[in-house]
Design a protein around this ligand. Structure first.
Ligand SMILES: N[C@@H](CCC(=O)NCCCC(=O)O)C(=O)O
Length: 254
């Protein structure tokens, strides 16, 4: 029996002639096996979702990665051919869940598109096609059908001493995977950088003065839960935070 219920915002996908509200299996299974919680996929309704109704019933929020990008209008930029593809309903749901979960002290773990949404939701901006920027590496997914290679651990980041992430995985050099072409540009005022790649790409953030666990990572720890210590530690810490929230006394409820 899993303890704690975790909301995962859905992506909108077209498959088999249907439109689906879906979340990738690797996030679901990482939550189940790595955090020992039960995930709940939240539909991304075009007209918006009452996120407080969801957050009244869950103990954590896990924001997944996705191939789509946050629409640049959310950070005050014009759309170009470099910004798509988009998923406006997911943008709307994720960013509402992020803002309210932080305000309510509900544990939040945001991965890849998730860290980008976290930054935008709190007032930051994104850079697109970062591999074309001077001095930056190519962080995109390798072109292969082999998912272990696509999600292969292949570059180093430095976790800052004294950061929240350091209290979970230790500080210093850590090896991670990389499947993105956008990254944080202007950091949101309420975010602290927790880890950076060798080319300066922001790889992890935490929410300053958050009342609960609130971390974003640009890489994909969910893929390696069960076989990579760093990935295991991140999901275990999230699970602990979710259970602590679940067990809080009734009078602590907002
Ligand atoms: N769209 C963003 C988000 C990157 C992200 O979440 N990638 C996961 C997708 C994995 C896949 O391609 O299968 C960006 O590209 O920066």
């Amino acid at each position: 029996m899993h303890s704690g219920l975790v909301a995962i915002p859905a992506d909108i996908r077209s498959l088999d002639g249907y439109v689906w509200h879906a979340a990738p299996d690797q996030y679901i299974m990482a939550a189940v096996n790595g955090s020992d919680v039960l995930p709940l996929i939240v539909p991304a309704l075009t007209d918006g979702t009452d996120v407080d109704m969801v957050l009244d019933r869950v103990d954590g929020v896990l924001i997944s990665g996705s191939r789509t990008n946050v629409h640049p209008s959310h950070y005050g930029e014009e759309e170009t051919e470099h910004h798509g593809p988009f998923d406006p309903a997911r943008d709307r749901l994720s960013m509402a869940l992020i803002r309210r979960s932080i305000e309510r002290g509900i544990p939040l773990l945001a991965i890849c598109r998730g860290i980008q949404e976290l930054n935008v939701a709190l007032g930051g901006s994104l850079a697109t096609e970062i591999q074309e920027l001077p001095g930056r590496f190519d962080h995109r997914k390798p072109e292969t059908e082999d998912r272990d290679i696509a999600f292969g651990i292949r570059h180093s980041i430095t976790v800052k001493q004294g950061s929240c992430l350091a209290s979970i995985v230790g500080d210093g050099e850590v090896r991670v995977n990389s499947l993105h072409r956008q990254a944080i540009s202007k950091l949101a005022p309420r975010l602290a950088v927790e880890a950076v790649a060798e080319d300066g790409t922001v790889e992890a953030v935490s929410v300053i003065d958050a009342p609960g666990f609130a971390i974003g990572v640009q890489w994909h720890p969910e893929y390696w839960v069960g076989s990579d210590t760093i990935s295991d530690k991140i999901f275990a810490a999230f699970g602990d935070a979710v259970r602590a929230r679940h067990a809080r006394p009734a009078e602590a409820a907002e």
